[in-house]
Design a protein around this ligand. Structure first.
Ligand SMILES: CC(C)(COP(=O)(O)OP(=O)(O)OC[C@H]1O[C@@H](n2cnc3c(N)ncnc32)[C@H](O)[C@@H]1OP(=O)(O)O)[C@@H](O)C(=O)NCCC(=O)NCCS
Length: 328
């Protein structure tokens, strides 16, 4: 049997500070009832501390992963970080994570595909295993959304949190691992979910700061419509082309942006919510970290050979799905 790229370890990290709906009620005109019923979110974790960026959380996740899997830093041959909140424009956050975890002189780079970033990075990382080029690849999804969220804007600040999740990819010859992936984008969605300034088009100026262009701007209802259609479509498509029905799928592992979007996707796939990974109530939307954090939280109930459909959508727009058989 041909070898496949398989996830052979997973680890997650969220910072200690918990921002509750009750605390948000004191910051903006909102309510626990509104947030819970419209999004499913109760709490999110926030990274506090001078000079700590996304790499801090990602390095914690990678350190935990290496310890848990008994992998020495010298064995890692490639590290990919999916993030929309890099520490710096350059060097890459992947580069910093390697430095912090003792992974030296290997390829490392960031992938930016907003909330679909982890699926993009997983798809790319798996190619290096499937071709036999590398034996151990680390893929980490990490975001410090609190760095770019406007805590005076009630339509966005209730949604996001900070966190990181990392997986180890290795070859599997037992028939488990990644079977298929779909990654898509459509730049027509660029104005619906965007951090407008800070890049090369609008570098930071007093004017961009006054206009609050360094924060997340989101047209929530447009993103919602796009997400409901495309996350469900891509999940159904990957099932169809792999001849899977709802009863074949052990778990849907969806991007955690809004519980109502997740329910619509599960419904389209013919899955009950008892087979859908859900931790949005604890973490909110942690962007590139949602899917590996789900895998980490649900690992104790996963069985070797379980069929998993990972599905995501995000700014851009971007979206995608991965079909894998759990290998651990
Ligand atoms: C943001 C989102 C939760 C808003 O829910 P919604 O049901 O679409 O609500 P609307 O935007 O239509 O707003 C309904 C009302 O609630 C209000 N509202 C918005 N945020 C609120 C909040 N935090 N608390 C209380 N009221 C709020 C709005 O101002 C609006 O009031 P109005 O009717 O008086 O104008 C929803 O659109 C969503 O989840 N979108 C997708 C977001 C997403 O997935 N982003 C990540 C992409 S990776």
């Amino acid at each position: 049997m041909n070898s496949k790229a398989a996830i052979t370890g997973v680890y997650g990290y969220v910072p200690d500070y918990i921002l509750t709906n009750a605390e948000l009620e004191k910051m903006v005109d909102t309510s626990d009832e509104w947030i819970t019923s419209r999004t499913g979110i109760k709490e999110r974790h926030i990274l506090k501390g001078e000079g700590l960026g996304t790499s801090h959380m990602a390095a914690k996740a990678v350190e935990g992963l290496l310890t848990k899997t008994g992998t020495a830093p010298e064995e890692v041959e490639l590290l990919i970080c999916a993030t929309t909140t890099p520490d710096y424009v350059f060097p890459s956050t992947a580069n910093l994570i390697c430095d912090m975890t003792g992974i030296r002189a290997v390829g490392s780079f960031d992938i930016q595909a907003a909330c679909s970033g982890f699926l993009y990075a997983l798809t790319i990382g798996s190619q290096f295993i499937e071709t036999g080029k590398y034996k151990k690849v680390v893929v980490v999804g990490a975001d410090k959304m609190s760095a770019i969220v406007d805590y005076t804007d009630r339509t966005t600040c209730v949604l996001f949190g900070d966190g990181a999740g990392a997986v180890l990819l290795e070859a599997n010859t037992e028939g488990n691992g990644i079977y298929d992936s779909i990654i898509r984008s459509d730049g027509a969605g660029q104005n619906h979910l965007v951090q407008k300034a800070g890049g090369s088009r609008y570098p930071p100026t007093h004017e961009t700061i006054d206009k609050r262009w360094h924060y997340v701007y989101q047209d929530g209802p447009s993103v919602f419509k796009f997400a409901v259609k495309n996350m469900a479509d891509v999940s159904a498509e990957i099932m169809e082309r792999n001849h899977l029905t709802g009863s074949d799928v052990a778990w849907l592992v969806p991007h955690q942006a809004n519980k109502r979007i997740i329910e619509a996707t599960a419904n389209r796939m013919g899955l009950g919510m008892d087979r859908v990974m859900l931790n949005i109530h604890k973490y909110g939307n942690t962007t590139a970290a949602t899917i590996p954090l789900c895998l980490f939280d649900y690992e104790p109930v996963l069985k070797k050979g379980d069929n998993l459909i990972l599905a995501a959508f995000g700014g851009g727009f971007t979206w995608g799905a991965v079909y894998l058989k759990w290998a651990i």
